[in-house]
Design a protein around this ligand. Structure first.
Ligand code: GDP
Length: 202
């Protein structure tokens, strides 16, 4: 699946602009700077699929990418959700972001799972908990992906995973497994791909 061409399909900055449901979708969320663009590029073997953001918090759109086809024929859509937790974002911007997320997450049957990216050096932050609250309320299945594994000391790796598992223990829509990835060493990327392939086969 991930050996196939992956191309930009569609951008939406409001619910009315969402593409018609079609292929199964997997979405990626996370704080600005968590490494989401890098992870999407690693996942799809591309250097520039998702632009690595130099202006955190700038993108306010859902960007859809298609694997193995266009908006009608792709086998899988990857959805890049706008980064959150940008300190300088205005209240109004946060409100419009939340509306867009809620509208997207509500009853989108084609959306199989949201991967919530969390910086592996720091672990979960309050804004990540807010994201998970929204996902739990939307009854949208999600899974935590820890990023920047190459920056974390070997002795800390298990601790970070355990802390994270503990924090999601009582969350109804959280998938009780964590994947620790690095877009630099590619650690965990095969696990993430396998997880996505399994979801598509279900
Ligand atoms: P985004 O804002 O979530 O899209 O994050 P980016 O992909 O733009 O990455 C933010 C910063 O983290 C950039 O400086 C990346 O080079 C760096 N980064 C992303 N992933 C990794 C990783 O796996 N390892 C390391 N060491 N740095 C990373």
């Amino acid at each position: 699946l991930f050996a196939q061409e992956c191309d930009f399909l569609w951008a939406a900055s409001s619910a009315s602009q969402l593409p018609p449901p079609g292929a199964p979708e997997i979405a990626f969320a996370g704080r600005s700077n968590v490494g989401k663009s890098s992870l999407l590029n690693a996942l799809t073997n591309r250097k520039t699929l998702a632009r690595t953001s130099h202006t955190p918090g700038r993108t306010r759109e859902l960007n859809f990418f298609g694997l193995g086809g266009d908006v009608d024929t792709a086998r899988l859509r990857l959805v890049d959700m706008p980064g959150y937790g940008y300190a300088a974002a205005s209240k109004q911007k946060i409100a419009s972001w939340t509306d867009l997320m809620r509208d997207f997450l509500r009853g989108r049957a084609s959306l199989l799972r949201v991967f919530v990216l969390v910086d592996g050096r720091h672990g979960l932050k309050p804004v990540d908990a807010e994201m998970m609250d929204l996902l739990d309320r939307s009854a949208m299945s999600y899974q935590i992906v820890l990023t920047k594994r190459d920056e974390v000391k070997a002795a800390e790796l298990d601790k970070r995973v355990e802390e994270t598992l503990k924090a999601i223990e009582k969350r109804p829509a959280a998938f009780p497994q964590v994947i620790f990835t690095s877009s630099q060493s590619f650690a965990g990327i095969p696990d993430l791909r396998a997880g996505i392939a399994r979801l598509m086969a279900e």
